[in-house]
Design a protein around this ligand. Structure first.
Ligand code: PA5
Length: 406
């Protein structure tokens, strides 16, 4: 279960959020509210994952933005339970990164999961072309085609055409779901299943939140109020370093959904206590345009106890016998109090569970819903990203892409 709380015990009127939610339900891009989607065949995903686990030491997930951040967030947070290591390509144009992947694979067996809704995004398309060539060199055309899994649109795009022509195994990204809302479709579910994670629990966690959306309403209302009062930067704070990619997913979700018409809350993130020794100073005493949202899970199962020392040279004996989790928890409480006292509006999202598939599924749904509501309350379309085109047009012109030259 997820609960939400704010700086002070204030009454939050969630009626505007409920009205925004009604609008969202009527929006043709709200397919992500029904999970699994009618197009998603969970058995097929699980069987495909078994095949990949049986024949591949590596699965390279090729995609960018919403086509990769969600599943990477979950896999980095939970770890990989399978023998198939997941690598990520096509999320930049860096030669070094792609070389690193090619070197890491070496002579091992591998497969590709190319993920692109439009099927035309440059970064994954280039990585796919290069890695597909490696696959063909190693296995020949026919077996290479057996090792390519295309997650894309049901009808349109270059990737769809190629998948049909070469008979790649294909998974559908439904028409009514955009990239950054797609982690609970095959975009995320196939890589998660290959990593040996429980996709049923993940879906269950999300649906629990959709059944009880009140905390998401509260968060959406309060962050919108913050924006109206000039707090134009939100910092997502976690005390669990394995949540780093989750924060990256969150930034993409909110940044692309809200940052339009010269407005929107700038999404930033910190990993504490690490960043208490860097950005913590700014947050405590810098410009007062920041509000902060903490994510707190239940204690981890595994723990470490701080040992007693006879000499106590480091003066830590006052903590002897205490667990590291206990200390991390006290650091969390201390930081929340310090930042509140420093004039930062602080929100807390508390998850009544450890970091697992169910809690992360719930958190994904929590943020998807609150993001769509917040954007709607700020009168922007939560589901488009027109601003992304500007760099592409310039880049295509510079690269001499047909149709883009002057
Ligand atoms: O959220 C979005 O829609 C974007 O971040 C896309 O996911 C990203 O641009 C990749 O697009 P595509 O899946 O079409 O390659």
């Amino acid at each position: 279960m997820i609960t939400f709380s704010a700086t002070e015990n204030i009454y939050i009127d969630t009626n505007p959020a409920k009205r925004a939610y009604q609008k969202i339900q009527e929006n043709p891009m709200s397919g992500w509210l029904t999970i699994p989607t009618p197009e998603t065949n969970l058995e097929d995903i699980k069987l495909t994952a078994q095949k990949i686990n049986a024949d591949s030491d590596f699965l390279i997930c090729i995609g960018i933005g919403g086509s990769y951040l969600g599943h990477r967030a979950i896999i980095e947070a939970l770890g990989n339970n399978s023998k198939t290591k997941i690598l990520y390509a096509g999320n930049s144009l860096s030669t070094k990164s792609l070389h690193k992947i090619i070197n890491e694979i070496g002579d091992a067996n591998f497969s590709l999961n190319v993920i692109s809704k439009s099927g035309t995004t440059t970064e994954p398309a280039i990585a796919f072309r290069i890695l597909k060539q490696k696959l063909i060199e190693k296995y020949g055309e026919e077996e290479a085609a057996n090792r390519i899994y295309a997650t894309t649109d049901s009808k349109n795009g270059a990737l769809k055409s190629e998948a049909t022509k070469n008979d790649y195994k294909a998974f559908i990204i439904p028409d009514n779901i955009g990239g950054r809302y797609s982690v609970l479709t095959p975009v995320g579910l196939l890589p998660l299943a290959v990593a040996g994670l429980n996709i049923d629990d993940f879906i269950h966690g999300a649906n629990e939140l959709f059944k009880n959306p009140e905390p998401a309403y509260q968060y959406a209302i309060l962050r919108t109020l913050c924006a109206e009062r000039g707090y134009d930067t939100e910092v997502l704070a976690t005390f669990d370093p394995e949540m780093h990619y989750f924060a990256e997913w969150w930034k993409q979700l909110f940044g692309e959904s809200e940052g339009k018409n010269h407005q929107g809350i700038f999404p930033a993130s910190v990993i504490y206590t690490t960043d208490l020794h860097s950005l913590g100073q700014y947050i405590q005493e810098g410009r007062r345009n920041i509000f902060e949202t903490f994510i707190g899970f239940k204690d981890a199962k595994e723990d470490l106890t701080i040992p007693e020392s006879v000499e106590d040279l480091d003066s830590l004996n006052y903590l002897a016998g205490k667990s590291l989790t206990y200390v991390n928890k006290k650091a969390y409480e201390a930081t929340v109090d310090a930042h509140r006292a420093g004039g930062i509006p602080v929100f807390e999202i508390k998850i009544d569970g450890q970091i697992d598939e169910t809690s992360l599924g719930g958190l994904i749904a929590f943020f998807e819903l609150s993001c769509a509501i917040s954007a709607t309350l700020q009168n922007v379309d939560p589901f488009n990203q027109p601003g992304v085109e500007a760099y592409k047009t310039n880049m295509f012109r510079l690269l001499g892409k047909p149709g883009y030259t002057n």
